[in-house]
Every structure is written in C-alpha cells, then in structure tokens.
Write a protein that binds this ligand. Structure first.
Ligand SMILES: [Fe+2]
Ligand SMILES: [Fe+2]
Length: 326
C-alpha cells in the first residue's frame, strides 16, 4: 500500500515535469498542464501504476503481444481521461484535431506510437531500475512524500470540483436554489415523502434533509453537465425512501438492501422511468457492485457518498435546508 501511494505520487510529479518541459518548449511560455493547480498529473500517476502492473503481468510475453497491449492500454487511458475532463469539466486538455488519424481530437496515431514507445522504454529500462531503488527508499520518506503529495492532490481536486460545480456568485446561487425548491416542491407535497422528516438519518440530520441535500447538489452537477435534471431530482428525492431507523432496526445488510426497499416504495408513489429506477437502485454503488447504467446515477451515487461522509465530519457538516420550512 505504501509503495503504491508513493509510486502514484512520484509518477504524478514526474509526469507533470515531463509535460511542463514539453508543452512549455512547444508554446515558448510556461504551461501548467492538467486540471489541477499543483505540480502533479493524475493521468501519469495512474498510467505509471497501470504500467507497473502490466510489466509485472506481461513482462515476459513476446514483443508483438506486448506492443499491442501497451498501445491499447495507454491510448485507452489517454482517451478515457480526455473524455472525463471534457465531459465533467468542459475542458479539452489536449487537442490532436490537426493530427492525422485522430479520434475526437483526444487520441491520434502519432501520440499512440509515442506512448507505446515510452511504455516499452519503461518496461525495459525504468521498471527494473525503479523496482530495485524502491526497496532502498526508507518507509518514512515514502510515507511523507507519498501521502503529502496525495493529500495536496485531494485538496486541489476537491477545490477544483467545488469551484466548477458549486462556485456560483451568491445571486446566481440563490436563483438556482429557488429553481431547485420549485422542482422539489412536486415531491414535498406528498405525505409519504414528508414523513421522511420523522426519521433520523445521519447524526442529527433527518432523512428528508438528507435527500434534499443529495437532490440539490446532484441538480447543480446535472445542470453543469447538461444531464436529465428531472430524472436526477426525482431519483435523488426518492433514493432513501424507507422509514426505519437504520442504525437500530430494519433488515440485515441494510446498506445493500435499502436501495431495493426504496425502489419498491417509490414505485408505489410514482411511475418511474428506467433511468430513475437505476438512480435509486444503484445509489449505493460501488457497494452494490453492478455499476450504474446512466451518468445521472453516477452523479447521485457520488453525491450521496459525499453528503453521507460529510455528515460525520463535524467541521464540514451543513444543514442546507433546515431553515427552508420544508
Ligand atoms: Fe441510501
Ligand atoms: Fe442517501
């Protein structure tokens, strides 16, 4: 675990240095690559770890097979991270549109060849050398560097995500909150949903406050990502539609079973589309293993985890809707 964190941090920082040198020399000015502000690139950290795994697994197979694997994995990683940045943050971090044989400007033949050559060099020269020196680095150094960089990266990531999705000027934020409350009022007039107010959910927060928070943050993200807002709000408002005190009563394995219970209860109240059903059923993912089928479900599942986590950290806990007379 310590080696993994240290390696991830080290590759992230080294990747950032390589990209800064390359891009700054091409543009003849300093260019800070990536989405984060600090000197690290998550793509290189992830790529380095994946490559270490691949070299360990396929280090001895024949060269043609190896080239194929490295080409597919490095190009796949580049495409995936490019799509994530584009879809989540509306940012095109690189653009290969001018290169021949490109796909959506995110991958192209020329750079796939570069990545494959770099992966082969990594396999042949870097990995054996790195594996040897890794054992000689003291654990304290690994811990301080590995977790230090990782912590900075997480804070940086949190700030970037927060600013992008929730960093509205106060007037705009108020208007968005008003729009959300108008949408939510469709559900708040239903006594079966109002009844959630009587169940404690996380610490001193009742279940209605929790679903409202999840629905509001999911609504803000859905707006930014141009997702299906109606489905997001409806799915999130109904995602914890059960009435027992989950800490003291209810079924065994509550965490795994309550999405189904909520779904059955929601079906009794409203007709649900496939997407809305998926949002409710998969809101505990990855605990419920089968991944969501829609981006909307991913958003609600992530927001639900975040809100639940935050409710247990005293300095982060908020009661967004306590004064709204819901
Ligand atoms: Fe839940
Ligand atoms: Fe929840």
């Amino acid at each position: 675990m310590l080696d993994l964190v240290f390696s991830f941090s080290l590759f992230s920082v080294l990747g950032w240095i390589i990209e800064v040198l390359y891009r700054s020399s091409v543009n003849r000015r300093f260019v800070n690559p990536g989405l984060l502000k600090g000197p690290y690139l998550i793509l290189y950290g992830t790529g380095g770890i994946v490559l270490c795994g691949l070299v360990s697994l396929f280090g001895h197979v024949n060269i043609i097979f190896k080239v194929l694997i490295y080409a597919v994995v490095t190009t796949g990683l580049e495409f995936f991270s490019g799509m994530v940045a584009l879809r989540l943050f509306n940012k095109k971090l690189w653009d290969y549109s001018d290169n021949r044989f490109n796909y959506k400007g995110l991958i192209c033949l020329k750079f796939s060849i570069y990545w494959t050559i770099m992966a082969l060099l990594f396999d042949h020269y870097v990995f054996p050398f790195y594996r040897d020196i890794l054992h000689n680095i003291p654990d304290t150094t690994k811990f301080i560097f590995g977790f230090g960089v990782l912590l900075c990266m997480l804070v940086d990531l949190y700030k970037m995500v927060h600013d992008h999705f929730f960093g509205y000027p106060s007037e705009e934020y108020k208007l968005l909150k008003k729009e959300f409350l108008e949408r939510a009022s469709n559900y708040l007039t239903n006594p079966a949903i109002c009844k959630l107010k009587d169940s404690l959910h996380h610490r001193d927060k009742n279940r209605l406050e929790h679903v409202m928070e999840v629905a509001f943050y999911s609504f803000l993200i859905a707006k930014k990502m141009c997702l299906d807002i109606d489905a997001v709000v409806k799915g999130a408002m109904l995602h914890d539609l059960f009435y027992y005190d989950w800490l003291r009563e209810g079924p065994r394995l509550h965490g795994l079973r309550h999405p189904r219970i909520s779904l059955e209860n929601a079906r009794k109240l409203y007709p649900l589309s496939k997407k809305e059903e998926d949002i409710i059923k998969k809101h505990m993912w990855p605990l419920t293993i089968i991944p969501p089928c829609y981006l909307e479900s991913f958003v609600v599942a992530l927001v639900d985890s975040f809100c639940s986590f935050r409710d247990y950290i005293p300095c982060l806990r908020r009661h967004l809707f306590r004064d709204e007379n819901i």
